[in-house]
Write a protein that binds this ligand. Sequence first.
Ligand code: GDP
Ligand code: MG
Length: 162
Amino acid sequence: MKPVLALVGRPNVGKSTLFNRLTRSRDAIVADFSGLTRDRQYGEGKGGDKPYIVIDTGGLEGGEKGIDFEMASQSLLAIEEADVVLLLVDGRAGLNPGDTQIVEHLRKLGKPAHLVVNKVDGIDEEVAMGDFYGLGLEQVFPITASQGRGVKKLLDSVLIGF
Ligand code: GDP
Ligand code: MG
């Protein structure tokens, strides 16, 4: 069975950009508009010779209503379907209460999750990451989804054991 990786995080942190890179497609819509990907989107990729399935989600903020609630539900379903959750955060924006809420939710579900600190281009990586260690997730990966820095290392680590 191919492992299923779910990309979860607040809107605009770069989930769709990473999805495109992991599936080498332009299918997911990348935009500055928050939460444009309203549905779950599935794609496939390979890390070395290990195939995987990846799910892009619209974004999760906690306390959503209306269309936001719809998007949040999609994210929750994606989390349920996933073998591993990649929680994306924005290294430039720093820690956000929404990030903490998502971590608490993942912990309740007992889902294995890796923390992916995106957008570390042009900023001090160590400083950016320091903000997020307090979330208490075991592994923290700095990446630039738009340029692909750190993505291979992330993928190799995630796919160990599958
Ligand atoms: P999503 O809402 O989480 O799916 O986020 P998107 O993938 O749509 O990206 C939101 C914005 O962040 C877009 O303008 C992307 O170009 C930008 N972005 C994504 N990854 C990076 C990155 O590594 N560095 C920088 N500087 N911007 C990024
Ligand atoms: Mg998106």
